[in-house]
Design a protein around this ligand. Sequence first.
Ligand code: SAH
Length: 355
Amino acid sequence: MIEMNHRLRRLYNEPNREDIIYFLETSQKDELNALYSFADQIRKQYVGDAVHLRAIIEFSNYCRCGCLYCGINRANTRVQRYRISREEIVSIAADAYKSGYRTVVLQSGEDPTYSIDDYIYIIRKIKKLGDIAITLACGEKEEEEYFYFYSAGADRYLLKHETSDPILYDRLNPGMSLENRIKCLKTLKRIGYQTGSGIMIGLPGQTIESIADDILFFLEMDIDMIGCGPFIPHPDTPLKDSPVGSEELTYRVLAINRIVTRNTLLPATTALSTINEHEGRKLALMRGANVVMPNVTPLKYRQLYEIYPNKKRIEVSSTDMIRDLETQFHQIGRYISHSPGDRYQEDPYIANGHC
Ligand code: SAH
């Protein structure tokens, strides 16, 4: 026990590869429980009990990339492709705002059909709705485009690096490079975006050591939002016969991310709720997570945005969804945040008059 507490404290004070690997691998139940409860305490200390909601709008499933794991990759001819018009995107965002969401995430495949002007139109219209943050998750773009979107009002950008193992990255993402992905992340940060990254857990060929490097990468890059979900094989992709990523390993990564990065935004990912529909979200929130990303894409489109199978196919009104989440959060002593939920908010310590 003393040895374990020492390790946990060292992980927190001097994050290092050896301790990260240790906690990713340990088979001791008491050590795992200590890891999870330490992560939960760090979460409470650094980001409090609020859960930030992000309304996801999946606006196009056209994609120019050929990622082997992704169900909407360009080679999948079985996908019926769709694109939501810029007016409809704004109207979906307006509905989300009315229901109480204070962040929308505009996600898509890499679809060059939307022009810079389209993005600017959409971003400006959504920002006019009120106190609402916009997160974009539309893949790799030119620096100039990232800059125009930011100038128009986009606040955040999500671009997962997927794996920090360059050989695995090359194998899974033909025609792409980890180097460019990281270059994009650096550009986004330099421009001023709150920047999100993340990985899939359980990719075929991924090692525990490379996951430790992913965690150190988040820390070194000072990534603001870190989304880590299990890999789920899609039947129409080359990885269809690979096993699903481990749920438990996903929680370990989440907990370690919380302990080493402290005040970041860590979602209970949708992929996690997909492999454990009843408990996934709750357990993630109890092991370091402070963000939930409900999907508000109209069902007729959502069922076509199939990155991985078994995404929920039920249309629930936004208001009912929020009410339901509120009940779930209350059961574990948490509440819904009513602010856009930036990484750096007023420091609760200072706000309480301690300094
Ligand atoms: N084109 C955008 C959005 C990609 S989809 C971009 O490149 O950022 C969002 C995320 O879904 C990806 O970053 C990836 O981490 C995840 N994803 C893709 N296929 C998956 C699969 N089969 N299982 C689990 N997650 C997957």
